[in-house]
Unconditional design. Structure first.
Length: 246
C-alpha cells in the first residue's frame, strides 16, 4: 500500500475534483487510476476541446495539463483557464525540460507548478494537495454557489436556495466560465442549439430567460442582487456577481 493512501484531499472529507488533460492514453489512465485511489475525483480528457465540453457540467478545483495536446496547445489552454478562473490551481506536467519552456509555462501560461515527466505519482498527489490548501481558501467568502448536480443556487447572505431550470443553469455556467464573465448574445443563443426538447433560442427568448433569472436572484437577495446580470450594449450580457461552481 502506498504511504499516501490514508490521505484525504479535502480537510472536510469531500474529494477535490481534478481535470486531467493528457493525450497519451496509457499515461492518462495511469494517472487517473492513481489519483482516484488517493481520494481525488478525476475527469480525464485528451484535448482542450474535450475539457471545454467537460466544464459545461462539472465544477473543477484543479487542473493537470500536458503541453503537447492535439488542437489547442496546453500552454494556450493554461493561459485561457487562468484568464477566466484566476483562483484555480493549474499544474503543467510535460516532457519539455528546457528552461525556456518552464519560463513560458509560468509566465505565459500562468501555471502554479511546472513538473517535468516522468513524475512520481505520489509526488503529484502531494503537489495537488499542497496547491489546494493554498488556493481553495482564496475563493471569495461572500460568493454565490451553484450546484451543477441539483441545479441549486445558494445566496451568500441569506443562505436561501434557488432552484434553476436546465436552461438557467446552462446560461449561468457559461457566464461564470467566460472571459470577464461576458458573452455575446449570439454565442449564448448558439450554445443552446436546436437539438434540445425546447424551442431554439433566439434574441427574444434569451431576453426572457435573462429576465426570469434576474427576478429569481433579486427575490432571493433583494437589492444586493440588483444588476447581477448586466446588459452590455452591442455585445450581450455580463455576470456581475461572484458565483462558485460546486
Amino acid at each position: 500500500m502506498s504511504p499516501l493512501s490514508h490521505l484525504i484531499p479535502n480537510e472536510d472529507g469531500t474529494p477535490l475534483v481534478v481535470a486531467l488533460v493528457e493525450d497519451d492514453p496509457l499515461l492518462r489512465e495511469e494517472i487517473e487510476v492513481h489519483l482516484n485511489a488517493h481520494g481525488f475525483r478525476v475527469h480525464a480528457v485528451n484535448s482542450a476541446l474535450a475539457l471545454d465540453d467537460l466544464l459545461t457540467h462539472v465544477a473543477v478545483d484543479l487542473y493537470v495539463l500536458d503541453l503537447g495536446l492535439p488542437g489547442e496547445s496546453g500552454l494556450s489552454l493554461s493561459r485561457r483557464l487562468r484568464s477566466v478562473m484566476p483562483h484555480t490551481g493549474i499544474v503543467i506536467m510535460t516532457a519539455r525540460v528546457a528552461l525556456f519552456d518552464r519560463i513560458a509555462g509560468y509566465q505565459d501560461g500562468g501555471a502554479d507548478i511546472y513538473l517535468t515527466k516522468p513524475v512520481a505519482p505520489d509526488e503529484l498527489v502531494l503537489v495537488l494537495r499542497s496547491l489546494a490548501r493554498r488556493l481553495l481558501p482564496s475563493k471569495v467568502a461572500k460568493a454565490w454557489s451553484l450546484s451543477l448536480r441539483d441545479r441549486m443556487l445558494l445566496s451568500p447572505e441569506s443562505q436561501q436556495a434557488v432552484r434553476l431550470t436546465h436552461r438557467e443553469k446552462k446560461l449561468l455556467t457559461a457566464l461564470i466560465q467566460a472571459k470577464d464573465n461576458t458573452l455575446e448574445s449570439w454565442a449564448l443563443c448558439d450554445m443552446f442549439g436546436s437539438n434540445e426538447n425546447s424551442p431554439p433560442m433566439n434574441k427574444h427568448t434569451l431576453e426572457e430567460l435573462i429576465g426570469r433569472l434576474r427576478k429569481k436572484l433579486k427575490n432571493t437577495q433583494g437589492e444586493i442582487a440588483e444588476g447581477a446580470i448586466k446588459s452590455v450594449w452591442g455585445v450581450g450580457y455580463q455576470l456581475c456577481i461572484t458565483v462558485v461552481l460546486k
